[in-house]
Design a binder for this molecule. Structure first.
Ligand code: ISC
Length: 370
């Protein structure tokens, strides 16, 4: 039962032990991973097994929670959205002027040819005294097609989110990834009409992923671009599938992170601009998280009896990693919501500000505090 899993996690909070609760997009299962001590296990080379929580800037360590205990329960996600207080965002003109100046500065650099795209972001502080489990239940009920997580490590912090973006999903040597960019508010049942700015912004991500991966993998194919809904927002998405050589998952992962959906292009120049100009630390926002190198058995001949089967089984490694978007860090009496957006030559600072305000509603609207 969900309640029992929540109680187990609540005890971990009290006893200062790490845990993560998560549900995969459109899944009816809630998974709890519990580590039985408070050690911080740092990732060395992504060959580790566990639940990984990686920062945007991998010069800081990614952390892996050991799966000392794993519990799965069925999730009866209510069909009705939970009534959510209509929080109104405070109009912060000082912050708006700071952020729009930062965007104008980035657009100048793009016009001067220093880079083509950079993803800029900001952090919004909100008072929040709600029970963590009430908040997480609202996330689970509200964002059924997202990866919904509640991560806690007593020495690192507490994070929650509902992300629409897969970084990479692998099964043996097969993998899928996606290019997700372009944002529009959803209005009624209307399908979004995309502008050239949004189409180009997303195409740039697709091209980057394709060119970055193509020499590192055996095969790579792209699907048609489509419009997908994430909460109240529309995005443009292109899925890509391929195969990599044995033991090359770490190389694929390192090549993919960070994509221009969260950093920019060319990568190094955009990242330098972010680290020097955003003036706050993203920490785990726009990093990635999820199951790393889980072992699953592949049965090669389903007709054979169990006792004969061992010779026909092989162990596959699977990973399912998501980009840490539409997320927040929780503290005793407040939450910090992280939001950003892609800046290109065609960006208009005022509109980019509004886009971050829209994105902040994904977490903002499930917080009851004023
Ligand atoms: C950086 C974020 O979103 C990325 C993913 C989808 C669409 C995006 C955009 O339209 O700019 C961003 O690239 C965020 O939500 O904080």
């Amino acid at each position: 039962m969900v309640q029992e899993l929540f109680e187990r996690a609540e005890n971990c909070l009290k006893e200062q032990l790490p845990f993560v609760l998560y549900s995969k997009p459109n899944d009816i299962e809630l998974i709890g991973v519990f580590q039985n001590n408070d050690a911080v296990h740092k990732v060395k080379d992504f060959t580790e097994t566990g639940f990984v929580f990686a920062p945007f800037d991998l010069s800081s360590n990614a952390i892996v929670l050991k799966m000392d205990a794993v519990e799965k329960v069925q999730l009866n996600r209510s069909h009705e959205s939970v009534p959510i207080e209509n929080n109104s965002l405070k109009n912060n003109s000082e912050e708006k002027s700071r952020y729009t100046k930062l965007i104008s500065n980035a657009i100048d650099k793009i016009h001067k040819g220093e880079f083509n795209k950079v993803v800029l972001s900001r952090k919004i502080e909100v008072d929040c005294k709600d029970d963590y489990f009430d908040i997480y239940l609202r996330i689970l009920n509200e964002y059924k097609n997202a990866f919904c997580y509640f991560w806690h490590h007593p020495k690192i912090g507490t994070w929650m989110g509902a992300t629409p973006e897969i970084l990479v999903k692998s099964n043996g040597s097969q993998f899928t990834t996606m290019s997700l960019a372009g944002t529009q508010n959803s209005i009624g049942d209307a399908m979004p009409q995309w502008s050239d700015k949004e189409l180009n912004e997303q195409q740039l991500v697709t091209d980057y992923i394709y060119h970055t991966l193509k020499d590192k993998v055996i095969s790579l194919n792209s699907s048609e671009r489509e419009s997908v809904k994430a909460g109240q927002l529309w995005h443009l998405r292109t899925e890509m599938r391929g195969t990599f050589a044995p033991n090359k998952f770490g190389a694929v992962l390192k090549a993919l992170h960070p994509t221009p959906a969260v950093c920019g292009s060319p990568l190094k120049k955009a990242k330098k601009f972010i680290l020097e100009n955003e003036l706050y630390k993203r920490t785990f926002y726009t990093g990635f998280l999820g199951e790393l190198n889980m072992k699953s058995e592949l049965s090669r001949n389903k007709n054979r009896k169990n006792q004969e089967n061992s010779a026909y089984r092989s162990v596959l490694k699977t990973s399912e990693l998501f980009v840490n978007l539409r997320c927040m860090q929780l503290f005793k009496d407040k939450a910090e919501i992280y939001v950003g957006g892609g800046i290109t030559a065609d960006s208009i600072p005022e509109k980019e500000w509004e886009e971050t305000a829209l994105k902040s509603k994904t977490m903002f609207r499930i917080l009851n505090s004023k």
